[in-house]
Ligand binder design. Structure first.
Ligand code: SF4
Ligand code: SF4
Length: 240
């Protein structure tokens, strides 16, 4: 089994497990718990993925995120990249609002004074009641619309506040030159076949990145698809 098959199996598994895990990956449940002074499972998971991103960048997005998984399934229908540009900034605004709300509700609750990993679940399972099923299907519908209207992984590009955590961690890591997982490229090996750009689930211009010698891109989810498809091994995926 090759690396991309493993990645796709992981993503598929995370996607079909979403009715169980939804609450643990929800930024909304994090806020709800914080408003009651409770450290929830989602707060713990989101904090752990943030810490991990100092070492492995956006590996969560590329290998584990169930929302990303659904959007990659939609790439069978919509193969175009997002238009990008200024719309990419929306996620930073969403992230800032989310952080401010978290700060406000924690202040209002008088701090965080309890932990409940299974907060708001039914014996650890996220989706068991009709209301929760409705939220689940609305979420699936929103992700589907973003992926087919906006382009490849449109929700990740434009809205997701969690990915901003990882982008910030990567910027800090790059500033202090912390060793971490990343892409490298040797443009002298490139034959301009463009397979890397076509396969990129984020719709990035990977061939352009190779030719410019700039493999660091905040929207790269370190899925390694480009490295694995390159016929000349011009792209490498490694820990440096
Ligand atoms: S797949 Fe490899 S050879 Fe083809 S354009 Fe990309 S880097 Fe160049
Ligand atoms: S640039 Fe390569 S590693 Fe990054 S998201 Fe695109 S295909 Fe994945």
């Amino acid at each position: 089994m090759n690396r991309q098959q493993i990645r796709k199996i992981l993503l598929f598994w995370m996607f079909i497990s979403l009715p169980v895990t939804l609450i643990y990956v929800s930024p909304v449940i994090l806020v709800k718990g914080a408003s009651e002074g409770i450290i929830t499972g989602s707060m713990i998971l989101i904090t752990l993925t943030f810490i991990a991103s100092f070492f492995v960048g956006r590996v969560w997005c590329g290998w584990f995120c169930p929302m990303g998984a659904e959007q990659e399934l939609c790439a069978e229908i919509q193969k175009s990249p997002v238009s990008g540009g200024k719309l990419n900034c929306i996620k930073y605004g969403v992230w800032l609002l989310w952080i401010l709300i978290i700060g406000f509700v924690i202040y209002n609750a008088g701090g965080l004074y309890a932990a409940d990993v299974f907060y708001d679940t039914d014996s650890g399972i996220s989706v068991t009641e009709p209301g929760a099923f409705m939220v689940y299907f609305i979420l699936l519908g929103v992700l589907f619309l973003f992926a087919v209207i906006a382009g490849k992984r449109g929700f990740c590009h434009y809205v997701c506040p969690i990915c901003v955590n990882f982008i910030i961690a990567r910027k800090i890591r790059n500033l202090i030159r912390w060793p971490a997982l990343h892409l490298d490229a040797d443009k002298s090996l490139c034959i301009q076949c463009n397979k890397c750009s076509k396969t990129c689930p984020m719709g990035l211009d990977v061939k352009g990145m190779v030719n410019e010698g700039k493999m660091e891109n905040p929207d790269c989810i370190l899925c390694a698809s480009c490295a694995d498809i390159c016929p000349r091994d011009a792209i490498t995926f490694r820990f440096l």
